[in-house]
Ligand binder design. Structure first.
Ligand SMILES: [Fe+2]
Length: 322
């Protein structure tokens, strides 16, 4: 948080505080610019590029340098193509407006800077409009591979290269359409408590589906003999990407909708269970199936457990139809 200047503080002290704040740049959880935006209720913001500190740029360089060789070995070929098409710079944090210049002609997708957490329905609805809420802060350089929340490396280097592919971007749009279907369908449930339980369950199911595909998904390589990575959580973790594909400690199963929507996950350690799809057409068909399950009311009592659904997520779905 930015220190507030009070009448009891000398101009010198205030100046030093400001300088310290400026030195923190746009580091996750320590960026005064972000705290201010949140305080003013601004979710969609601009990327104040001049605020990135040299330390922030160094963090990007180290993250990129650590993972680029692993991308070449484990990432989906369309992800690698996307990295080239976006002209990602290994040395400097990207400017969103430059990324969007490359991205929009390819898939009509756009990265939009946000100040933090986007409630579930709003997030999915952005995808429906081909907008990707993008975190602009970067993690603390002292803890490179620990990431309890998204940062610009996860969002831009992990997610956005896949958005260059039209078919993958259509999957994201379809996800947004499923959210809209779910939000409208739960409105039809008359009993208030049942409506609340149902919407919580359907958000949980969607979050699990998203987690085991867009965030941590694996895919068969075209030769069928091995797996590659298209999930952004893996594509932004130099440690986990290799573990996900090669470690005997990971269970890897063909994607099964009935399993995935009932499978809890934890975010604070490497994933012991991953699912693979055949190709992006397969993934698209599974999102279609998810929507059918929404319409048939089959997601209103999925297995309890993680992820927790907070009241902002619930409200975002319940208010979506108004
Ligand atoms: Fe993500």
């Amino acid at each position: 948080m930015a220190a507030s200047t009070t009448s009891t503080r000398s101009p010198g002290a205030a100046g030093r505080a400001a300088a310290e704040e400026g030195g923190r740049g746009l580091t996750t959880n320590r960026a005064a610019f972000i705290e201010k935006a949140r305080g003013q209720g601004e979710l969609f913001i601009h990327q104040p590029y001049e605020l990135y500190s040299e330390e922030n740029q160094e963090t990007w360089r180290r993250l990129y340098g650590g993972i680029a060789p692993k991308w070449r070995k484990y990432a989906h070929p369309l992800f690698l193509q996307g990295v080239d098409q976006l002209a990602l710079n290994p040395e400097r944090i990207p400017r969103l407006e430059k990324i969007n210049e490359f991205l929009e002609p390819l898939s009509a997708f756009e990265s939009k800077a946000v100040s933090g957490y986007v409630p579930a329905f709003l997030f999915f609805d952005c995808l429906r409009r081909r907008e990707f809420p993008t975190t602009i802060t970067i993690r603390d350089g002292a803890r490179l591979d620990y990431l309890p929340e998204p940062d610009i490396f996860h969002d831009l280097a992990g997610h956005v290269p896949m958005h260059t592919d039209r078919r993958f971007s259509d999957v994201l749009v379809r996800f947004g359409e499923v959210a809209r279907t779910a939000a409208l369908d739960v409105q039809k449930i008359g009993d208030h408590d049942r409506r609340l339980r149902s919407v919580e369950s359907v958000i949980k199911a969607m979050a699990r589906f998203f987690w085991f595909t867009v965030e941590f998904g694996l895919m068969r390589r075209p030769d069928g003999d091995s797996l590659c990575v298209y999930g952004s959580g893996l594509l932004s973790s130099a440690g986990e990407i290799q573990h996900a594909v090669e470690s005997p400690d990971v269970q890897r199963f063909p994607f099964q909708l009935e399993w995935v929507v009932n499978q809890y996950f934890e975010i604070d350690h490497y994933q012991p269970l991953l699912f693979f799809v055949d190709d992006f057409d397969h993934l698209f068909r599974e999102v279609d199936a998810l929507e059918r399950w929404v319409r048939e009311g089959r997601l209103y009592n999925v297995s309890p457990g993680e992820p927790a659904i907070n009241e902002h997520d619930l409200d975002s779905f319940l208010e979506a139809a108004h």
